[in-house]
Every structure is written in C-alpha cells, then in structure tokens.
Design a protein. Sequence first.
Length: 195
Amino acid sequence: MQAKAILLALIFSTAVGFPIAASAASTTVTVTLASPTMTARVSRNGIPSDCSAAKAFPGTIATTVGYAVSPALTNASSQPVCTLFTLTTSASCAVNVFATAYLGSFNPANLAANYLGDPGASSAVSSFTAIVPANASVVFALSYTTTSPTEDCTMSITTQPVLPPTVPALDLRLLGLLGLMLAAVSCIRLHRSQR
C-alpha cells in the first residue's frame, strides 16, 4: 500500500507545475559632491509605487542637484515580474538623497521618460514594488534632495521577485492518468472486499 501512495504522489507532483522563483539581485550607486548636475529632481509625493497599478510620474521640483545612475538590473525572465526594490543608505544621507527607477535608461533632461517607480519618500531604508517587463532592465537615478550636500552618499539596491499566489497548472494527460490509477486501485480494493 505504501508503494501505491508513493506512486500516486509522484504522479501528482509531475502533473502539477509549480513556479520557480527567480533569485534576488543587488547593485550600488554613489552620488558624490563632484557628480554631474541636473536642473530638476523627482518630487517625493509620499506614495510608494506598487504592482497593483503603474504609478503616475509624480512631477519635478526645479532645483539643481547632483545625480548618479546605477548599473542595470535585468529581469531575465520571459514574463513580467512584480519586483520588490529595497533601498538602503546611511542615516546621514537618508533625507538628503532620493532614488527613482527607470526602464532601460535615464535621461536627466526628461525625468518622466522611462519612469518606472519610486519609494515616495527618503529614508535610510525604503522600498516599493513595480512590474518589470520580460527581459527588461532597470536603472536607478540617485539624486541629492538638497542643493548644498555635505557628503558623498551610497545607496544599496536589492531586488526580490514578488510571487503572487498561484494556482498550479495541471497537465490534463497526467491528471487523466492519475484518475485511471485511482479507478484501478478502487477496482482492486472492491474485488478484494468481495472475496
């Protein structure tokens, strides 16, 4: 009987497809007192981006600030992925920098172009989610929020796929085979009980 249970479990696990989680990724970006400048920065509107709907570009604040762009992080999947971005910086830099995510590339002359999302506020640790399209890359623009920064600031950026609850996909052929095996087991038990 134990062998039958193992066989049924093997057939069930083969018939059901479970998603495989992508791994986390990370990068860092540093804005320095010698970084190039731009004539506006993204507004911190207090609303973090999330995967339920694309966040509208929050607008800009006209001020000349230094900025830096992170190396690209890529969704190598063939599917769009809801991704959790966690941004970490030192306590002394927390309110003095703000990071914004962009699809593919960042253009300091047009901050709305390729905008993906942002955490809505500056803090030592902040996070937000956004949907990254299949095979797309994301870069972060880290900018000062003050025109008179006093130190270089480094931000660590980590990503983690957010897997929604999924209903396993069933292969109908294997499900049919499972049904036939259960019917056979039932027939055998019925036949034995009639002896």
